[in-house]
Write a protein of this length. Structure first.
Ligand code: PLP
Length: 359
């Protein structure tokens, strides 16, 4: 056990009490509704966090990269959804090898017959079947077929050998643009209902649709609970962050991830300089508000800008050597900046945990 004051700074911290409460609350809400919870692992990339999510009832994980898939498979996690298009020969080979070596356990996401063709050819040549979900655009307009072309695209992809449709997927990320919580939740429900209607259209066309998968932290109180949705994929909830406090997904005292920093200089009055900048926090801005992060326990102090290793605070009452704890704007981006974190209870770091599968 190391007192926070004895840690090298900057340091990435995760508050265990908050982490455990966040994991239990989300798992409890999903279990009560009978909806499967498949958290996105990109938020923590940390096995010590992931195994706690599994112990609380998560059915498996959502991944965004091949490295995340490979890392979780090395821990024996047998139900993974790679929610990105396996595009290019290396990703195609990775998927086919991963399924062949582990006897399944991986579902991929597709939204076009063009991206499906090389995967089909490789799967067929290897004598395996790759399960996939069809990604549907319910408003985010990133990946995903338009709902009206879902049946045609699913039919075209499913006619290729070596691929098997399991269901549909959407990421209702567009609802984060809504600052008003009731409007956000209504948009979340609308996205869920749209995906369910696509699943029904596919069933009418003769497909067996077992997975209707939605996922985001802002949407985690609405979208998964639309009747017909089978699973939800929130990720950020495990730590929450400043963006999620703004969206009303959590309160500041639920934010489990912080960066510990030390005031290094107060040469300019009211402008303390800390030893944590963009390379500690990531440069994800807080939507609509700007700034690098929130200063925990010091609402009177702001963190408007940073260089790589210098953070510019604005506020009074801080002296050289003082410690501050900063809540990142976007927990997932901050995680990817670090190779390890300190798990803390109160003012003590109790363990040092590895962060895996980073770029
Ligand atoms: C496909 C997909 N599913 C789930 C999530 C999790 O959303 P959140 O980070 O809001 O929890 C994301 C996040 O970007 C995503 O891209």
């Amino acid at each position: 056990m190391i007192p926070l004051a004895a840690l090298p700074t900057p340091a990435l911290l995760v508050d265990l009490d908050r982490l455990e409460r966040n994991i239990a609350a989300m798992a409890g809400a999903f279990a009560a509704a009978g909806v499967a919870l498949r958290p996105h692992v990109k938020t923590s990339k940390c096995w010590e966090v992931a195994r706690r999510q599994l112990a609380a009832g998560a059915i498996g994980f959502t991944c965004s990269t091949a490295a995340e898939v490979a890392w979780l498979q090395s821990h024996g996690v047998g139900d993974l959804l790679w929610a990105h298009i396996p595009i290019g020969p290396r990703k195609v080979r990775f998927v086919v090898d991963a399924i062949a070596q582990h006897g399944g356990g991986l579902t991929v996401s597709l939204d076009s017959v063009e991206a499906a063709r090389p995967l089909s050819a490789s799967a067929f040549a290897a004598g395996i079947t790759v399960p996939f979900v069809l990604e549907v655009n319910t408003g985010h307009a990133r990946l995903g077929v338009e709902p009206s072309s879902a049946v045609a695209t699913a039919t075209a992809i499913a006619s290729l050998p070596g691929l098997r449709l399991r269901g549909v997927l959407t990421h209702e990320g567009h609802i984060s643009a809504l600052a008003d919580r009731p409007a956000l939740e209504e948009a979340g429900s609308t996205a869920g209902a749209l995906l369910v209607s696509v699943a029904d259209a596919l069933r009418t066309a003769g497909f067996l649709v077992e997975v209707v998968s939605v996922g985001s932290t802002p949407g985690a109180t609405s979208t998964p609970f639309v009747p017909g949705v089978t699973e939800g994929r929130p990720g950020t909830y495990v730590y929450y962050d400043a963006n999620q406090t703004r969206l009303g997904s959590c309160t500041l005292d639920q934010c489990a991830q912080t960066v510990l920093a030390t005031v290094a200089s107060v040469q300019r009055a009211g402008r303390p300089i800390i030893d944590a900048g963009i390379k500690a926090m990531s440069s994800d801005a807080i939507a609509a508000a700007g700034g690098v992060g929130l200063v925990l326990d010091r609402p009177d102090v702001t963190f408007p800008e940073a260089n790589e290793e210098h953070g510019f605070l604005v506020g009074s009452g801080l002296a050289v050597g003082d410690l501050v704890r900063l809540v990142p704007n976007h927990a997932c981006g901050t995680t990817n900046m670090w190779s390890h974190l300190y798990a803390v209870r109160g003012d003590m770091a109790v363990e040092r945990w590895e962060i895996s599968a980073r770029y």
